[in-house]
Design a protein around this ligand. Sequence first.
Ligand SMILES: Cc1ncc(COP(=O)(O)O)c(C=O)c1O
Length: 380
Amino acid sequence: MRKINILEPNILNNSKKILRETLQKNQISTSSSYIIKKFEKKISLLGGSKYTAATNTGSSALFAGFKSLEVKKNDLVIMPSYTFIATATSCILAGGSPWFFDIEKDGLTLNLDQIEKTLKNKSYKKGKYYFHKKSNQRIFAICPVYTLGFLPNLSRIKSLAKKYNLKIIADAACALGSQFNGKKIGRYNDIICYSFNGNKSLTAGGGGAVSTNDRGVKDKLVLTISNGKTGQYFHSTFGLNLKITGVHAAIGVGQLNKFSEILKRKNKVRKNYKKFFQFFKIKFIDQSNTKSILWLNFLICKKNISQKLIQNARKSNINLNFFWMPMHLQPIMKKYLVEDLKFTNKIWKKILVLPSSDNLRVKDQNIIKKFLKKNLNLIN
Ligand SMILES: Cc1ncc(COP(=O)(O)O)c(C=O)c1O
């Protein structure tokens, strides 16, 4: 029997056609500028940023972003503990130091009340920057994560960043196409990063992108992802080869051409789950004031998710699981600053992610709902 997976790439016929043409034209490498430029233009347009540099992963987009904003050694970067590890590791690799904050009580994104209060009480100003009172580290940036596609209050983050002279680097790995207050998300940050990994709503098989509205930052981004190359075998600045290939850009262009159809199908899956959650009074989070591209459907269990629930699902050939383990619980993150994480600690073991591919068959979604109904005692 076929396993129902959490997310599967659904490469459309249109993308296969563009890929074939790209192969025929031999536009396959990282220097295949025609197809890569086309991909970058489309991302800029959809994300609402002026410039985009496409990368080989979302992780390298984040690294290039931190590096290009010129984060200095030990600079603090405010970010949620509840995120994927690449948010923190890319910051560390670029020289920064994560500072972990909680999520909101009834949401999955940064707790802005906590950040505001903490900045007020635990920082001091010297010159044009703010510093952490105890460690004397410069507070350099804020990195909101658009968890599962949900958006925090982006206007409020912008005002906070202005007040405390912080750069904003958004981890929008799975949120390309979302809008806040009717505006595209690219306008609310200095840099915004996306992932096009095989499990994302917009997949290129693999890949990422980093966008900005600042020409100077864009030039630095291009250098950072191109080995810092400014002449024939001359490298004026630090960089790595982090560029996307023509093969992946071709798939990305094809998927982008049909993105609205992909989203329609994903929304249909979401609506179907939502009805079910409401009927059985299962807790879930919805966001109605923003147009968010929900990447993954999930529910919130009353108790911590049990191995029994996951095992029962496996027996029914359904791949259910809990989601990210917060950063402050990861052994390699122990030395970084952490604020009180009461909501993160309360919720992370209760979030059960559900199969959410855009081509999830109605038949399979019925099998999942039947399973959830049968195991309601382990959920509610
Ligand atoms: C929030 C977040 N940031 C960064 C990444 C890293 O993206 P990639 O897997 O393309 O490197 C992911 C991937 O799932 C993610 O969810």
